[in-house]
Write a protein that binds this ligand. Structure first.
Ligand code: PLP
Length: 508
C-alpha cells in the first residue's frame, strides 16, 4: 500500500469514527481505534510500512503528538513494529491472532470482521455449494507440497527477454481482449505438439486457450451440463475438478479406481446416466495409475451409447519417467465426445494461468462464445512470448531438464521412504508427474493420515492426506507427496524428518 493511500484510508476511517460516535473520544484515541480496526479487518495488511509521523500528522491534519501517541500505543500492544532506521510496519503477528500463514490469517481476519458486523451475510446457493468444503488453498508452500515447483531450473532471463521483445515492438492488437480462442500461433504450436506427442486428433482451431484446467472445466460444465445433472468422477479425485463441477451444480457420482484407472461397477455400466465423466487416464490423480486400453475402450463405448461427454484432464504427461506412454483418450475417440485439457502450470509455472482445451469441431462456435462472454480472455502478450518459447525449442529443453531433475528427486525420496518404512507402505503412481502417493499397507491398520498431515505441517512440511481426496468413506489411507519443490540434495534431511514423523504414527 502506498503511504499516501494509507493516509487516505485513515482519513476515511477517522471521518467514519467521527460520524459513528455521538460523544467522540479524544483524537489520539480515535486514531488508535481507526488504525487498529483497519489492521484487524485486514484493510491494512502485515508488513505495510506506515508513513512517518510527520507525514501522517500533515496528511490527517493532526498534531504530531496526537499521531505519536496513537502509534506508540499500537507499537506497545504489538500491532505495529518499529524497525531501527527503516520505519514502522504493521506486525506479522497480531496480538489477537498469533503467527499465521497468509491464507489462514486472511480467513481469521474475515471471521473477525464478520463477527464485528453482526449477523453473517447469506451467500447464494452457488456460493454455498462452493464453500461447503474446507478451502483448498489453506496450505503452505513447503517441502512436499503437491503441485508446487521450484524455479532453479526455469530460464528466467530468457523468459524475461521473450516477453520484453513484445513490449518493445508493442503490437496494439496484443493489448486487446483475446478473441476466437486465443493467439493463433500459440494454438498452432499446441496443436502440433499434441498431435505428435499425445496422438490428439486436433486442428489449431480446436485449441482454445484458457486460464488453465480450472477454467476449461468450468467452461465445459457450464456449456454442456445443467444444474442437477450427474457427473462421474474418479474416487479418489483431484479436488480442483471436484470443486469446479460441484460449483457448477452437478451431482457427483464417485466411481472407484483400480489399477486400470476409473472402474465403474456392473451396475454403473448398466444404470449410470452421467452427463459428463471427468477422468485423468494418463496418470490418475492422486493414485497415479494409467488407464488400460481395455478400460479406455469401454469408457468411450459407454459414452457413445449414453451420449455423454468425457473430460480428459491430461495434466502432467510431459513428465513420464518410465513405462510405456499411452496415447490420449481423445485420440481413440471416434465419436467426438472427448474434451481434452492440458495446462502450462506444471511445465512452466502455476501462476502463468495458461492452459488449453481441445473441443470437438461442432462445439467450437459455442465454446468460443462461452470463453469470450464468460471470462473476457486476454494475456495475448504472454501467449505470444509462450509461442516463441515453444517454437524456438526452449520448452522441450526445459522439459528434458526438468524430467532429469524430478526423476532424481523422486528416486531419492522413494528410496528413503522405502528404506525407512519398508513394507508398511507402498508407493504408487511414481512413473510420471510431480507427486507420488504413499499408501499404508493393511498391516498398519487404520492410519489417521489427516493427523500425520497436521503434524507434518507443524514441522514445516506439506503433505496431503489421501483420505481427503475421497468422496464418502476413504477406501485407502495414505499421503500425497510432491517432489518437484525439493532439490535432490535437500531430499535426504527432509525425507528423514518426514519418515520419522510417519513412523511415530504407525503401530510398532
Ligand atoms: C489433476 C490436476 N489437473 C490439473 C491441474 C492443473 O490445474 P490448472 O491448470 O488449473 O493449474 C492440477 C494441478 O495440480 C492437477 O493436479
Amino acid at each position: 500500500m502506498r503511504p499516501l493511500a494509507l493516509s487516505e484510508l485513515l482519513l476515511t476511517e477517522l471521518q467514519r469514527a467521527e460520524s459513528d460516535t455521538a460523544a467522540a473520544p479524544p483524537l489520539n484515541r480515535r486514531l488508535y481505534l481507526s488504525l487498529r480496526g483497519a489492521i484487524l479487518a485486514g484493510r491494512i495488511t502485515a508488513g505495510v510500512q506506515l508513513p512517518s509521523t510527520r507525514d501522517l500528522a500533515r496528511d490527517l491534519n493532526l498534531s504530531r503528538n496526537t499521531v505519536m501517541s496513537a502509534i506508540n500505543q499500537l507499537t506497545a500492544e504489538g500491532y505495529l513494529t518499529a524497525r531501527q532506521g527503516s520505519g514502522t510496519f504493521v506486525s506479522d503477528t497480531l496480538p489477537e491472532l498469533g503467527p499465521l500463514s497468509p491464507a489462514v490469517r486472511g480467513r481469521k481476519l474475515a471471521q473477525a470482521a464478520s463477527a464485528n458486523s453482526g449477523s453473517p451475510r447469506e451467500l447464494s446457493q452457488r456460493g454455498n455449494l462452493l464453500t461447503a468444503q474446507s478451502g483448498s488453498a489453506d496450505f503452505e508452500v513447503q517441502p512436499f507440497a503437491p503441485g508446487e515447483i521450484e524455479f532453479a531450473e526455469f530460464p528466467i532471463q530468457l523468459w524475461q527477454k521473450l516477453q520484453a521483445k513484445y513490449w518493445r515492438s508493442l503490437d496494439r492488437d496484443l493489448l486487446d481482449y483475446g478473441q476466437e480462442g486465443g493467439y493463433m500461433p500459440l494454438r498452432v504450436a499446441i496443436a502440433q505438439y499434441l498431435s505428435l506427442s499425445r496422438s490428439v486428433r486436433v486442428t489449431p482451431e480446436q485449441v482454445l486457450i484458457t486460464s488453465g484446467t480450472q477454467q476449461s472445466l468450468d467452461l465445459a460444465a457450464r456449456l454442456l451440463t445443467d444444474h442437477g445433472d450427474e457427473a462421474w468422477v474418479e474416487n479418489p479425485c483431484y479436488w480442483g475438478a471436484r470443486r469446479a463441477l460441484q460449483a457448477a451444480g452437478l451431482k457427483l457420482k464417485p466411481i472407484a479406481v483400480d489399477l486400470e484407472g476409473m472402474a465403474p461397477s456392473a451396475a454403473d455400466w448398466q444404470q449410470g446416466r452421467p452427463r459428463l465423466i471427468y477422468v485423468t487416464p494418463s496418470h490418475q490423480y492422486p493414485l497415479g495409475h494409467v488407464m488400460s486400453l481395455q478400460r479406455r475402450r469401454a469408457l468411450l463405448q459407454f459414452a457413445a451409447q449414453q451420449r455423454c461427454w468425457i473430460f480428459e484432464d491430461d495434466y502432467d504427461s510431459e513428465f513420464r519417467f518410465g513405462g510405456r506412454p499411452f496415447a490420449s483418450l481423445q485420440g481413440l475417440d471416434d465419436h467426438a465426445q472427448v474434451l481434452y485439457s492440458g495446462t502450462f502450470s506444471k511445465v512452466m509455472y502455476p501462476g502463468i494461468r495458461l492452459g488449453y482445451l481441445v473441443a470437438p469441431t461442432d462445439l467450437l462456435p459455442a465454446f468460443n462464445t462461452g470463453l469470450y462472454d464468460l471470462y473476457r480472455p486476454g494475456q495475448l502478450m504472454l501467449q505470444a512470448a509462450l509461442t516463441d518459447f515453444i517454437t524456438e525449442g526452449h520448452l522441450n529443453t526445459l522439459i528434458r531438464r526438468l524430467r532429469v531433475a524430478y526423476q532424481a528427486r523422486r528416486d531419492e525420496l522413494a528410496r528413503r521412504i522405502q528404506r525407512c518404512l519398508g513394507d508398511r507402505v507402498q508407493i504408487s503412481g511414481q512413473e510420471s508427474g510431480l507427486h507420488l502417493c504413499l499408501l499404508f499397507t493393511p498391516q498398519c491398520g487404520k492410519v489417521d493420515d489427516e493427523a500425520i498431515a497436521r503434524a507434518a505441517d507443524a514441522q514445516g512440511m506439506t503433505v496431503r492426506p489421501l483420505s481427503r481426496y475421497y468422496l464418502g468413506e476413504p477406501q485407502q489411507r495414505g499421503l500425497i507427496l510432491g517432489y518437484a519443490y525439493v532439490p535432490t540434495e535437500r531430499v535426504p534431511p527432509w525425507a528423514q524428518k518426514l519418515c520419522q514423523l510417519i513412523r511415530s504414527h504407525l503401530p510398532d
